[in-house]
Each structure stands twice: as C-alpha cells, then as structure tokens.
Write a protein that binds this ligand. Structure first.
Ligand code: FAD
Ligand code: PHB
Length: 395
C-alpha cells in the first residue's frame, strides 16, 4: 500500500493532522494501536487556548466545541486559605475554553468517519523503516496479518510511550528531562463544579485543582506521592482530602458524588530534540511532555500539528522545503516557553517533599508577590492563555 503521509497514533495530534492534510487534498493513513471505544473514553486535558480552538474550527471540527465549551475570563489561585482571582481577560484580552479532550477525540473521529478517512485501529507492532531515504515505510500487524505502507513522510504522533521517537538513533536525539516526586490523582464526577472558574490550591497537605468539563460535570485533582495506588483512594477519602486542601468557603460549597473515572498521572517535563529525523516528524507528546499544571500539553500538540500541516502542505503545493527544514526549531521555540511556564507553575503551586525551609519561604513570597503585582499576574496570564503563534510567512 502507498500513501503520502503515514501517521503513527490516532490521539488528538494524529487525527487533527490527518484532518488538516485531508482538507488540503493530501492522503494519509493513521495507525492507532487502541480501539475507538478506548479512545473515546480516555479522560485527559480540559483547558484549551484560543489558538487551539481556532485550529479545531479551521479543521471543521469546532461546531460542537463552540456550542458547548465554557468560556473562562479568569482563574483563581488559593493559598493560606484564601482565594485570589486573576482576571485573564482584563490582563491579556484573551480567554480560555473548557472542553474535554475526550470530546475533541470524538469530534475528530466523527469527522473522519464521515470523510471515510483511512484509520487503522488496533494496529499492532507498528515499526518505522527507511527514514533517511525517499520512501520511508510503516509496518504493522492487524488481526495477525502483516502489512506495509510506503510513504513520502511519516508523522510520529504516538504519545510519550510510542515507537516513533525510539526509531531515531540515540546519537542524533537529545533528551532533556525532569521528573517530580509526585503525581496527580484525578476524579471525574457528575456533580456541579464548586466554582465557575478553576481554582489552583497550594496547601500544606499538597496541591489541589478544582476544574470541570461542564456545569454538571466536575474534575478534581490532588497531589499524591508518585507511586500512589488508586485502589487506596475510595471516593469518600478523595472528597474528604479535597475538602481539607481547598479554602473553607469552597469546601462548604463542594458537591460530592460517585466518581465516574479515577486515575493517577505522573508529572514529568521532557523534550526530545530535534523533532525531525530524515522523513520522520514528531508532534505532540511523542516529542515533549509537560506537567499538567499549566494546561499546556494538548495545546502544544495542536501547535506542532499546525506547523507540521503547514510545512507538508507547502511541500506538496509549491515544492517549498524551508518550512519542513524549520519545523523542529519553530516548534521548539514555543515548546521551551511552555516547559518553562509549566515547571514554574508546578513549583509555585505544589508542596515538594524535599523543599528546604528557605525554598518554602521563597514559594510563599512568590505567591504573595503574585497577588500584589499586576506585572506578575500579567506574566502568568499571558502564558496561561497561550503565547502568540508566530506566523509562517506563507505567501
Ligand atoms: P496522545 O493523546 O498520547 O495520543 C497518542 C496516540 O498514539 C494514542 O491514541 C495511543 O494509543 C497511540 N499509540 C501509542 N503508541 C502507539 C503505537 N506503538 N502504535 C500505534 N499507536 C500508538 N493538556 C492541555 O493542553 N490542557 C490540559 O488541561 C491538560 N490536562 C491534562 C491532565 C492530565 C491528568 C494529563 C495526563 C494530561 C493533560 N494534558 C493537558 C496533556 C494532554 O492530555 C496531552 O498532551 C495530549 O493527549 C497529547 O496528545 P497526543 O495526540 O500528542 O498524544
Ligand atoms: C483539566 O480540566 O483536566 C485541567 C485543567 C487545567 C489544568 C490541568 C487539567 O492545568
């Protein structure tokens, strides 16, 4: 089989790339190892920058998003039992949108079904070959049968644990990594959100985040030790711990209920450079991971996909290769700013078990400075809503 662009991974990055290329008349095949049911049920991100919303609209998958999203003009930071609101809109002129990643995944899958796109679910043993030649290949098994696809280019959109990044030789890839001594325990419940905007709480028992998926579905997170077992967290324990960590007025208003999902996510900062090796291009979590505190992961994946679809489209339309050549540097400039912000926001809001008394006092001073300085609030807000996307000069 032959295609123009072979895409490994059918998460948000892979499906969005396939969609944008499809609209530009470029043929793709997506290889995804999971089932459609699994993908539709996967709860992850919730907060979208305006640039991500715009891209989904451009891709023709924004109709339900624009109807159902919750627009947030502000965000709260709580510490020492008090809540402080940052006026994102007033500080930056921009807002953020709440719309679950599972909904984006469903919207992309529905659009692909309608377009009869070539997506192979339950593709096993995917492997990449001939990346430095003109015709790289993807090999895989489906229902026990071996297949091979010959491609012009391959996009590695297979997330942090995927195979694409591993196909780049060790001597050409540089890895930058930081792990954190804690994870996030998250639950989803069909209860009214405790507040109409998000609350990031710094508490001596650990960080907590109050977020949501809709006005009747809440998402809450607790900082827990990195090796925590979800089985040790029956709902009652989760709610009682959350109540201890959030300010008293919020705890009093908290509506509790049965969880419909509960999971622990590890926190990690990770960048693999460069994002291109021969005819392979990495995008999204396959190339970089941020701790979720800044809500940047999915938004970075969307920007990579924007840049990659522009580069591939320019190649087929006019033979331009400069955008492909500049792809890695263009993404990394943005990725590193989001890495810095996500790391800083994590350091500001979490309790590090190994923190010295000096570090703890410095963190308290930083929180106090934040609420007293418009300049500090603007710096947080402009990163949180998403830094501007540099234009390509696609003349
Ligand atoms: P993935 O979503 O990981 O998709 C990769 C796909 O590739 C998967 O479908 C996988 O099954 C498939 N795959 C893997 N290996 C193979 C293989 N060998 N062969 C074929 N297919 C393969 N981001 C935000 O922007 N805002 C938020 O609010 C936010 N909150 C988050 C909260 C939590 C708790 C977590 C864990 C993450 C959060 N993120 C957030 C990050 C966001 O979820 C990810 O950055 C996003 O999923 C990246 O998309 P992706 O398509 O690159 O990778
Ligand atoms: C979420 O809604 O899941 C969410 C929101 C903001 C974050 C992380 C996760 O920083």
């Amino acid at each position: 089989m032959r295609t123009q662009v072979g895409i490994v991974g059918g998460g948000p990055a892979g499906l969005l790339l396939s969609r944008l290329l499809g609209l530009a008349g470029i043929e793709t095949v997506v290889l995804e190892k999971r089932t459609p049911e699994y993908l539709r049920a996967r709860v992850r991100a919730g907060l979208l920058e305006q640039g991500t919303v715009d891209l989904l609209v451009e891709a023709g998958v924004g109709e339900r998003l624009l109807r159902q999203r919750l627009c947030h003009d502000g965000v709260e930071i709580a510490f020492d039992g008090r809540r402080h609101r940052l006026d994102l809109k007033g500080l930056t002129g921009k807002i953020v949108s709440v719309y679950g990643q599972a909904e984006i995944q469903k919207d992309l899958m529905t659009a692909h079904e309608a377009a009869s796109s070539n997506i192979v679910y339950e593709a096993e043993d995917v492997s990449l070959h001939g990346l430095m030649g003109d015709r790289p290949q993807l090999r895989y098994h489906k229902a026990g049968e071996a297949h091979e696809i010959s491609c012009d280019f391959i996009a590695g959109c297979d997330g942090f644990h995927g195979v694409s990044r591993q196909a780049i030789p060790q001597e050409v890839i540089r890895i930058y990594e930081r792990t954190y001594p804690f994870g996030w325990l998250g639950i989803l419940s069909d209860t009214r959100p405790v507040n109409h905007e998000l609350i990031y709480c710094n508490h001596e028992r650990g960080f907590a985040l109050c977020t949501m998926r809709s006005m009747s579905r809440s998402r809450y997170y607790l900082q827990v030790p990195a090796d925590e077992d979800v089985a040790d967290w029956p709902d009652a324990r989760f709610w009682s711990e959350l109540k201890r960590r959030i300010p008293a007025d919020a705890a009093a208003a908290l509506e509790t209920g049965t969880s419909i999902e509960k999971s622990v996510a590890q926190l990690r900062s990770f960048v693999a450079e460069p994002l291109r090796h021969g005819r392979l291009f990495l995008a999204g979590d396959a190339a970089h991971i941020v701790p979720p505190t800044g809500a940047k992961g999915l938004n970075l994946a969307a920007t990579d996909v924007r840049f990659l679809s522009e580069a591939i489209t320019a190649h087929y339309r006019s033979g331009r290769t400069d955008l492909m050549e500049g792809y890695s540097a263009r993404c990394l400039a943005r990725v590193w700013k989001a890495q810095r912000f996500s790391w800083w926001m994590t350091a500001l809001t979490h309790r590090f078990p190994e923190a010295s008394p000096f570090e703890r006092r410095a963190q308290a001073a930083e929180l106090s400075y934040l609420i007293s300085s418009k300049a500090a609030q603007t710096a947080l807000a402009e990163n949180y809503v998403g830094l501007p996307i540099a234009s390509t000069a696609l003349a």
